[in-house]
Design a protein around this ligand. Structure first.
Ligand code: AGP
Length: 627
């Protein structure tokens, strides 16, 4: 949720921390702060609001030291304000925290009873108090962290510094990610590799309850008992350019335009381009993520086929946009492989008395790989010994690490809070998974496998043509922003895309928008329709097309303004719609990947026309690591 950066080295901590926080601002942006060594104390500068406000404050500050910590916040306890911004300091101890300390109320009361005075409303501040109390007893910073670690319950990643040991920093975590990068003359610790890759691509991921003791430009890792832990560096293959805007006004628009390339990267490892067949490579069932690169591909493929053959039922669990991708997956998997699929919202799944029959497979979908509810659902089914497969964008994220099998979106860094390219990559992976399940169950023959693979291979270039609607929506947005609300409708595999279109508009334009299965309209939502309502109808050519057109006529008859999206030239749809957008001819298998693009562009341009912050919509965060 929040972003953390720590720096120790020969460069300027202020500059490295600010640059790092900038790359992490998508994680939280209601306040920010730094504590940087200056002389024999850590000077703290904090500001409410976005990072540029802190940056302005820091322009007037100079620091003589070579070590510091920084934080960009997404509030969970205590409203956004300078008082609640991190770092939190108690005597010589300064800390930054990402996550939630669940037993904070009890700990705070205990600390208050023994005389501690609190200066914020956060759960985080108590960590500084706890460490400070141990330091008062004569322990060094590192020993103090080991002492307080067992007291903390909940999700946390924390960086701590002490004025008494001004060349040291201690990092520890349980839950949210914390990554250490070692450059020639510096150490950088951050919540995400994006803050590190400018300096080094060799990083170490801290595991839960590991403690990193950093001194100067060196460090050692320990377990919670204080025993040394040996770990190897991991190479990150994201380039710094991948996380810049590359001339687009917003990350989101850049990411929308990257989608064709992203889908190509997602499917590439799994397709034999000579034979047009699907091979799910490196799923590595039962192998740790560290072992994936070294797998014997043929052997691993056979292992995957054996796993898929056993599957008699599938549970897909995710949140938000990833959940809608899962809904599309249900339609595709059931149609091709005849395996029943249940799709659940993770926050519901984890709290219901779930019944999972023998030979089930559990699939999580998560762009970030850190979503708290999805992770909790995964842990729940793991305890029930159900085999799990993660579809994830961030390699070595917690969900990726904990699942038995691994598929990667390969979308590259997604910075815009609204998910776009991760969604289409997931759809393409679910298509490949459905084909693989169908092969394993022998419900499709070789010719149809090749037909579907060819369709999928055509989708990136078809997506390129759909992106041309950018200009249409840039122009139409001034009219569209005046509607009272939007109803998105579709049937079958297009229905989850209607839900996704509505979610995009809600989160970006803050407008009322709903997605409906068009067959449901006459059961209530038709009453909403008048000329102030915009109807977005997904009506591509598939076996439900005629029924969809009837639903469109019904809505149109009630006065709604219609934008329809169909396949190829279609005079019928053009006649009943205010705007008709034609997609390249494709089948139900690929249509969802194509038709979501105009919906993303609609939401983007309407939000932009309303003057909203498209990349960082209000009240949201990219990575939802708390319930
Ligand atoms: C997408 O636009 C949203 N910001 C949100 O619904 C997101 O998809 C959801 O929080 C799940 O995130 P995940 O894929 O990282 O698990």
């Amino acid at each position: 949720m929040c972003g953390i950066v720590g720096y120790s080295g020969s460069g300027s901590p202020k500059q490295v921390i600010l640059e790092g926080l900038k790359t992490l601002e998508y994680r939280g942006y209601d306040s920010a702060g730094v504590a940087i060594l200056d002389g024999n104390h850590f000077k703290r500068v904090r500001a409410e609001g976005k990072l540029n406000i802190l940056q302005e404050k820091l322009n007037q500050e100079n620091f003589s030291g070579k070590i510091g910590i920084g934080h960009t916040r997404w509030a969970t306890h205590g409203k956004p304000s300078e008082r609640n911004a991190h770092p939190h300091c108690v005597k010589g101890i300064s800390i930054v925290h990402n996550g939630i300390i669940e037993n904070y109320a009890d700990l705070r009361e205990e600390l208050k009873a023994s005389g501690s005075e609190f200066h914020s409303d956060t759960d985080s501040e108590l960590v500084a108090h706890l460490i400070s109390a141990e330091v008062d007893l004569g322990h060094c910073l590192f020993e103090s962290v080991l002492k307080i670690l067992p007291k903390l319950e909940g999700a946390f990643s924390i960086l701590a510094v002490s004025a008494d040991q001004p060349d040291e920093m201690v990092a520890f975590k349980n839950g949210p990610p914390l990554i250490i990068g070692q450059a020639n003359d510096a150490i950088i610790v951050a919540s995400d590799v994006q803050a590190i890759i400018k300096h080094t691509k060799e990083v170490i991921y801290l595991n839960d309850f590991e403690v990193a003791h950093l001194k100067g430009s060196d460090f050692k890792l320990f377990d919670r008992e204080g025993k040394v832990v040996a770990k190897k560096f991991v190479h990150i293959d994201w380039s710094p350019e991948q996380v810049e805007k590359q001339g687009y006004p917003h990350y989101m628009l850049k990411e929308i335009f990257e989608q064709p390339r992203a889908v190509a990267s997602a499917i590439d490892p799994h397709i034999d381009l000579n034979e047009h067949k699907v091979f799910l490579n490196r799923l590595g069932f039962g192998r740790s993520v560290e072992e994936l690169d070294k797998l014997d591909l043929a052997q691993d493929y056979q292992n995957t086929v054996q796993q898929l053959k056993k599957v008699e039922r599938i549970f897909i669990v995710a949140c938000g946009t990833s959940y809608y991708a899962g809904m599309v997956g249900k339609y595709v998997i059931e149609k091709l492989s005849r395996i029943p699929v249940e799709v659940d919202i993770a926050s519901e799944f984890r709290y219901r008395d779930i019944v999972i029959p023998e030979n089930s497979m559990f699939i999580t979908i998560s762009q970030s790989g850190e979503t708290a509810d999805t992770l909790a659902a995964l842990r729940m089914v793991k305890a029930m010994r159900v085999p799990s497969l993660s579809i994830c964008n961030v390699k070595r994220s917690t969900i990726d690490r904990e699942a038995d099998g691994h598929m990667y979106m390969n979308a590259g860094a997604e910075i815009g809070v609204a998910s776009t390219k991760a969604f289409v990559c997931t759809l393409s992976l679910l298509n490949l998974l459905a084909l693989s399940l169908a092969k394993a169950k022998e419900t499709i023959d070789e010719a149809s496998e090749q037909k579907w693979v060819r369709e999928l291979l055509s989708s990136p270039s078809q997506m390129e043509t759909v992106l041309a609607y950018d200009k249409f929506f840039a122009k139409a947005s001034d009219t569209l922003k005046k509607y009272r609300g939007f109803l998105y409708m579709g049937r079958g595999v297009n229905y989850p895309i209607a839900l996704e279109g509505a979610l995009k508009l809600k989160e970006l334009a803050y407008m009322h928008a709903e997605g409906y299965a068009s067959g449901e309209m006459k059961h209530g939502p038709l009453a909403l329709i008048d000329e102030s309502m915009c109807i977005v109808m997904l009506a591509p050519s598939d076996d439900l097309y005629e029924k969809t057109v009837s639903n469109l006529e019904e809505a149109k008859a009630r006065g709604g303004e219609v934008i329809s999206i169909g396949s190829g030239e279609n005079q019928k749809l053009r006649d009943v719609s205010k705007h008709y957008l034609s997609l390249p001819n494709a089948s139900w298998f690929v249509n969802p990947i194509l038709e979501v693009i105009p919906l993303q562009l609609l939401a983007y341009h309407v939000a932009d026309a309303l003057g909203h912050d498209v990349d960082q919509p209000r009240n949201l965060a990219k990575s939802v690591t708390v319930e």
